[in-house]
Design a protein. Structure first.
Length: 396
């Protein structure tokens, strides 16, 4: 058993020495083929180097399909720059005296290996509370080695890990670093083929990413939800406001229009219900909830709309014979769109408009033209952010 192992070791050493001797031989174009020393896999849009050993008086010309030669043309060392295709072909043509020979190598082009995302949840983390580091990769090959460093602490990782949960013990700045490689650790790599160089470190195989944050001593206040039972409230009405708070010691509610609340201030965290009471007759009101605690302040806002309204609606004539007309006059507010409609199908011009977005549109007019007999009812409908309202006007 020991003898067989010794023979195997001798065979491996002999093969490696043969590989080095073959790749070290000078190219003789009179006796092809010859070896191009270059990686067989590289990055898309990346670079690599290629080498041939030239004898006295020999020249070489490089050609790269799927890329370009950026340096070293007509020398023994060429620098290659690859395009975004899946494969490139490198050809070296060597001339010495009257002999010329060419050799080609196919190079597989892979998506560069990279740390696509690295984040901390929550960010910022809270002292003495669990936080999770989450990451993902992109590229043609999966990572074979991962290394995570949190502050000054090294964290062992398995190949399959894509998250790690930790609990910061101190407040202040924190740096997280992730490094990874698609190359297997030493002792797990396969031997190179004859003439192949050892794969160089490159963006195809190695990746790293840092993320910085600052650990908070206290959790910031959180407003989990803030809603109103109704999106609009007319004057002298109310609607309940509901909100949920965490990490909060004090909270306040304010109204941009100075409307009232059944409770405008409170303490603690939890779920709360407070009534909004509209005192002001007009205007859309912005309600702001502010939550405060040792970790800072949080705010949230919502709007209680004022319903659209009709201040006045009349006709110059209450009786309009067939073939005659009269002028309709109306004033509206808090309206995005208004319409006029006749129950008898008589003509109203204009029948719709967009005036009235403010508090008072002023007097708007439309012409009512009777073409059909019978008692008619003209309906004015106004629509706004706060809903819809209608008013009817009879015309004999």
């Amino acid at each position: 058993m020991l003898r067989s192992r010794h023979l195997a070791s001798v065979f491996v050493v002999t093969a490696l020495l043969l590989a080095h001797s073959v790749s070290a031989q000078a190219v003789d174009p009179c006796h092809p083929p010859f070896v191009i020393n270059v990686v067989r896999a590289a990055c898309r849009l990346g670079t690599a180097e290629a080498r041939v050993k030239l004898g006295p008086g020999a020249t070489v010309h490089w050609q790269l399909t799927g890329g370009t030669i950026t340096a070293g043309q007509n020398t023994s060392n060429a620098v290659l720059a690859f395009f975004g295709s899946e494969q490139a072909t490198l050809t070296a043509t060597v001339t010495a005296g009257s002999c010329t020979a060419s050799s080609s190598v196919a190079i597989a082009l892979k998506e560069p290996f990279a740390v696509d995302a690295l984040s901390i949840v929550p960010d910022p983390p809270i002292m003495n509370a669990p936080a999770t580091i989450v990451w993902r990769y992109r590229g043609s090959e999966p990572p074979r080695v991962q290394h995570l460093r949190i502050g000054a602490v090294d964290v062992p990782l398995r190949e399959s890990d894509r998250s790690y949960t930790f609990t910061p013990a101190t407040a202040g700045p924190l740096q997280v670093n992730l490094t990874a490689s698609t190359l297997a650790p030493v002792g797990r790599r396969h031997a190179s083929s004859v003439g192949d160089p050892v794969p160089p470190s490159s963006v195809c195989t190695n990746a790293a990413r840092d993320v910085g944050t600052s650990v908070l001593e206290f959790a910031p206040p959180s407003i989990d939800y803030f809603t109103a039972d109704a999106i609009s409230a007319p004057a002298d009405s109310y609607t309940p406001l509901r909100f949920g708070l965490r990490e909060t010691t004090d909270w306040t509610l304010t109204s941009a229009l100075h409307n009232d609340f059944t409770q405008g201030h409170g303490t603690g965290s939890g779920d709360f219900t407070v009534d909004f009471v509209r005192d002001e007759t007009v205007g859309h009101d912005t309600i702001t909830l502010t939550a405060s605690g040792p970790g800072g302040t949080a705010t949230a806002s919502l709007i209680i709309y004022n319903p659209p309204y009709i201040l006045d609606f009349s006709a110059d004539a209450a009786t309009v014979p067939v073939g005659s007309s009269t002028t309709l006059r109306f004033r509206i507010g808090q309206t995005d769109r208004w319409t006029l409609a006749s129950s008898r199908g008589n003509t109203i011009t204009p029948a719709t408009g967009t005036e009235g977005s403010g508090v008072d549109s002023g007097i708007l007019t439309a012409v009512y033209q009777r073409s059909n007999p019978g008692n008619d009812v003209v309906t004015l409908t106004v629509t706004g952010l706060g809903g819809t309202m209608s008013m009817a006007l009879p015309i004999q």
